[in-house]
Write a protein of this length. Structure first.
Lengths: 115, 115
């Protein structure tokens, strides 16, 4: 069965530190990839997505992610985090027909930014 | 454009009771998915409806059911509530345009507490 792994469940950083959150998925076929963010008390919202083309994708609030097909990875990055980036981050993958076009979710990473 | 609306926002029920949650998708979106979110399990897929038909179902017991109406509004029902059903229930709507990979838009969720 298809799966999505987020290896870091909790990350604590200081402001201005660089961020990289890992996301790996099983499967070797065509996938569409997403990162969602859930700020405290708010609904899940899309940070960025990859469908095709340039494997380096830029999203909102200075986030970017790189799709590396050979590593089945879609890691999220931000060069300099802010206190307002404190949130839970979810990676999700659509495996197409092999997952009935459903999103398969990682377990999430709770990010805490110390002011 | 109005977002995904879930009602009620908060609910407290007693073990053994049943509950119905409602979701109004974004206008024009025909696919509605339901998720259960808990601190330990992350986002767990419940089911997805498209054009009033359940297309996909997650690994939940038969006490969890749903339906979708002709206006794309969806309800989910949980019967014989158990303490473990306490969770945030999220609804997401997707503008299915024939392919996969389209973004899911989430509501604020219904926080269900079973006592």
């Amino acid at each position: 069965a298809q799966s999505v792994s987020q290896h870091n469940h909790h990350v604590i950083l200081s402001e201005a530190a660089s961020l990289e959150l890992g996301c790996n998925y099983s499967y070797g076929g065509t996938v569409n990839l997403f990162w969602y963010v859930q700020y405290p008390g708010q609904h899940l919202q899309l940070l960025l997505k990859y469908f095709s083309g340039d494997p380096l994708v830029k999203g909102i609030k200075g986030f970017e992610a790189e799709f590396i097909k050979s590593k089945f990875s879609f890691n999220l990055r931000k060069p300099s985090v802010q206190w307002s980036d404190t949130a839970e981050y979810f990676c999700a993958v659509n495996f197409g027909a092999d997952s009935n076009y459903q999103l398969i979710w990682g377990a999430g990473t709770k990010l805490i930014i110390k002011p | 454009k109005a977002g995904v609306t879930q009602t009620p926002r908060y609910l407290i029920k007693t073990r053994g009771q049943q509950v119905t949650l409602s979701c109004s998708p974004i206008s024009g979106h025909r696919s509605v998915s339901w998720y259960q979110q808990t601190p330990g399990q992350g986002l767990q897929f419940l089911f997805e409806y498209f054009s009033e038909t359940q297309r996909n179902k997650g690994n939940f017991p038969g006490r969890f059911s749903g339906r979708q109406f002709s206006n794309s509004r969806s309800e989910m029902n949980v019967s014989t509530l158990e303490l473990g059903d306490s969770a945030l229930y999220l609804c997401a709507s997707t503008p299915m345009t024939g392919g996969y990979g389209t973004e899911a838009f989430f509501g604020q969720g219904t926080r269900l507490t079973v006592v």
